[in-house]
Design a protein around this ligand. Sequence first.
Ligand code: 5GP
Ligand code: ZN
Length: 116
Amino acid sequence: MSDNCIFCKIGRGEIPSRKVYEDDEVFAFHDINPVAPVHFMLIPKQHLVSLLEVEEQHAALLGRMLLLAPKLAREQGLENGFRTVINSGKGGGQEVFHLHIHVIGGGNIPPMVKRS
Ligand code: 5GP
Ligand code: ZN
């Protein structure tokens, strides 16, 4: 838990969000600034900064989050597929330093990396 972390606060229900899913370990909620018709994030309730900080002891939690992603994506209407994004560290474009898996879909999903 981190007192100043916005996603910890969302996971504890202290900051409102549009909840997609919740259990003892995982919280999922819609992104406030969606990049596609469906854009939500899965977070561990435990404060983990990014993939750069995870250890062997987090393997089961990470596995659970990845298994939840397609289940929740289907429930949100993404029957044909979705994109997952995990930005890790400043070099990976991460802006909120509490590990999160973006699930993005619906509409036109462009190639992830533009090649000139
Ligand atoms: P990152 O760039 O760290 O991978 O993604 C952070 C994401 O969190 C961004 O897509 C941003 O729109 C979203 N975000 C930031 N603050 C809030 C918030 O207070 N509520 C919600 N629902 N999303 C947020
Ligand atoms: Zn946190």
